[in-house]
Write a protein that binds this ligand. Sequence first.
Ligand code: DX5
Ligand code: ZN
Length: 208
Amino acid sequence: MKIAPSVLAADYLRLGESVRAVENADMLHLDIMDGHFVPNISFGPDVVRALRGESRLFFDVHLMLTHPRRYLESFRSAGADGITVHVECEDDVAETLREIREMGLQPGLSLKPGTPVERLVPFLPLCGMVLVMTVEPGFGGQRFMADQTEKLRFLKKAAPGVLLEVDGGINVETARICRDAGAEVLVAGTSVFGAPDVSAALAELQRL
Ligand code: DX5
Ligand code: ZN
């Protein structure tokens, strides 16, 4: 299992220290929110650029934006290695995924809990990774939505070559459920950065 700690849950007073504490994870998950596509605002390209100098991890940028296409270049130049957009966004999804790949980045596609997984099918050939949300996007620390794991099983069959990532309410217990449903990358915010010992919490997930 690959682990992608989510910076949204990190200590914003010591962001560099928080990111260094998870340097032996596999990816760093960076949640970008515009206050429109989701009812929260997080951080932008300048924060990603600042963290780029502190970490050698794969920067897994999760754009929860109504118009993600406008920001692809900003996040590429800030140091993104992969950019994930939502199928519910208002840009042309196929064009956006193509543009991410043309930039040399890993194209990812995500869907909200209320969106049927079939909506992704036309775009799967364009995806390097699919991100299944197991909470309503916008905030960390929410309860895991177990019914969403059905989408993992569907995608495992429908898109065997595509990396499967899961995001929201992931801890040691829910991680097992997601692993058994086919997840390969686990995003974990609160369960890692909210733990008294961040490195130990990460190691516990890595032992899965
Ligand atoms: C929510 C974000 C998630 C969130 C995960 O909109 O996409 O990445 O930060 O946080 P936890 O692990 O606390 O649910
Ligand atoms: Zn996320």
